[in-house]
Ligand binder design. Structure first.
Ligand SMILES: Cc1cc2nc3c(=O)[nH]c(=O)nc-3n(C[C@H](O)[C@H](O)[C@H](O)COP(=O)(O)OP(=O)(O)OC[C@H]3O[C@@H](n4cnc5c(N)ncnc54)[C@H](O)[C@@H]3O)c2cc1C
Length: 411
């Protein structure tokens, strides 16, 4: 079976590329091969099902790995162009105050459906349950093998995504299509992922969400810091603020050099002195035991855990027995609860893969694989990962555009 272009992987980058290509040459035969029974499984799960599809603050500085690829992709297909594109295919978007952009319907399904319907309306063929397992060079291009089926085209675009979230189709296997042809990949590690810590105290507050500032410290050196929602879990910490600072944890996990600590400021809006005075005042409230010293200032169970971490015990003591030294320890814990980090929840819990096909192997202006004619790659399979907040999907759209533009130019 012969096509003008075969796209391997029907995720964000693959579907977007198929739409871009289908608009470039009427009558061209474009095929998308997808290993899952349906396209876009991961896309459906993005933003907790609401799809944070881009971020108006997307610049190369929000990306890691090969920034030159990210820069070239954003230069070619900006956030503004992305918003026009989605409006054009029927997805009206809203921008939140923090810059995150979502479909107005807040349904990831709307983004997926619009891409799929647009592709199909322009004659793109989508074959599901076809896992590409090998690329073979032919006289006029490529044969893509999916089991016993071979599909031929002069141009092939690899958009197989990364290893994160295996339950949604993520796999390290996709890289093999390119590494078997001699392309190098950088080490893969999970990013935008939950953090494992010592759990002696954290388990007692599992399931509770707080607004906190999280600082990641390696031997007292600050590696990252973010303020936002933190979720306590039975293995450590999750929630948007934690996911946002998780990349250095995964990096550290590979080498395990030095002691990594997550430091929580549970009351980031409170000044130390004001807080000290307030707690001293609270200890004088009539009829209280230490158990209720912080009740009303924060979640009761979190407050009690803070006292245990600070060693202010037993909690059954009258609150007015709190000494100045104990008050200082409580404030120190509230403003800097230190949790030794033991690692991440791995690719299973991760949203993206850091690392991928080495940037030097790819022409940033075309996303062409440098060693072979007619071979391109886009999206998460490349050595580019973004911060949490719509940046990863933006790279998928932008890099897909660059590849599609280059493929169409050769027609
Ligand atoms: C839970 C979760 C939430 C997320 N939320 C957001 C968010 O809100 N905003 C954001 O910017 N990013 C988010 N991300 C990250 C974002 O989803 C990815 O970065 C993005 O989907 C990458 O696009 P891609 O096309 O490169 O890969 P994918 O979207 O993963 O698509 C790759 C496709 O290729 C298929 N495939 C793989 N191997 C083969 C093969 N050999 N043959 C055929 N098909 C194959 C896969 O099944 C998949 O459909 C989230 C990720 C997760 C896991």
């Amino acid at each position: 079976m012969s096509y003008d272009c075969i796209i391997i992987g029907g995720g964000a980058a693959g579907l977007a590329a198929s739409v871009f290509l289908s608009r470039c040459g009427s009558g061209r035969r474009i095929l998308v091969l997808e290993k899952n029974p349906r396209v876009g499984k991961k896309l459906l799960a993005t933003g907790n099902g609401t799809c944070n599809l881009t971020n108006i603050h997307a610049t190369a500085a929000r990306y890691h790995g090969d920034r030159a690829l990210a820069q070239a992709a954003l230069d070619a297909f900006s956030v503004e162009q992305t918003l026009h594109f989605f409006t054009d295919i029927g997805v009206d978007c809203v921008t939140r105050p923090d810059g995150k952009v979502y479909p107005a319907s807040e349904q990831a399904g709307a983004v997926l459906d619009s891409l799929r319907l647009e592709a199909e309306a322009h004659g793109v063929e989508i074959l599901c349950e076809k896992k590409a397992d090998r690329l073979e060079r032919t006289r006029d291009g490529w044969r893509v093998w999916a089991g016993a089926d071979g599909f031929c085209a002069p141009q092939v675009l690899v958009t197989v995504g990364g290893a994160a979230a295996p339950a949604l189709g993520g796999s390290a296997e996709g890289y093999r299509l390119l590494t078997e042809l001699g392309y190098e990949k950088t080490p893969l590690f999970p990013s935008i992922v939950q953090i494992r810590t010592t759990t002696d105290f954290v388990r007692a507050v599992k399931g509770i969400r707080v607004d906190a500032a999280v600082r990641l410290l390696l031997e007292a050196k600050e590696l990252a810091c973010h303020t936002g929602e933190v979720l306590f879990t039975d293995y450590g910490l999750s929630g948007p603020a934690v996911m946002q600072i998780s990349r250095p944890v995964a990096d550290w996990e590979r080498k395990k050099r030095g002691q990594l600590v997550a430091e929580l400021d549970l009351l980031p809006d409170w000044d130390m002195d004001v807080l000290t005075r307030r707690i001293a005042q609270r200890s004088g409230l009539p009829g209280r035991t230490l158990e209720d010293l912080l009740t009303g200032l924060m979640h009761k169970r979190v407050g009690q855990t803070v006292l245990r971490v600070a060693g202010v015990l037993p909690l059954t003591r009258p609150a007015d027995t709190l000494t100045a030294e104990e008050c200082r320890r409580v404030v120190a814990t509230l403003k800097g609860w230190r949790l030794p980090v033991t690692g991440t929840q791995g690719f299973g819990g991760a949203q993206v893969t850091a690392g991928g096909i080495r940037g030097a192997e790819i022409d940033p202006h075309t996303m062409a694989c440098r060693q072979h004619q007619g071979l391109y790659a886009a999206g998460e399979v490349l050595d580019v990962d973004g911060d949490c907040g719509g940046f990863n999907l933006q790279f998928a759209w932008s890099s897909a555009y660059v590849a599609a533009r280059a493929i169409a130019k050769s027609w």
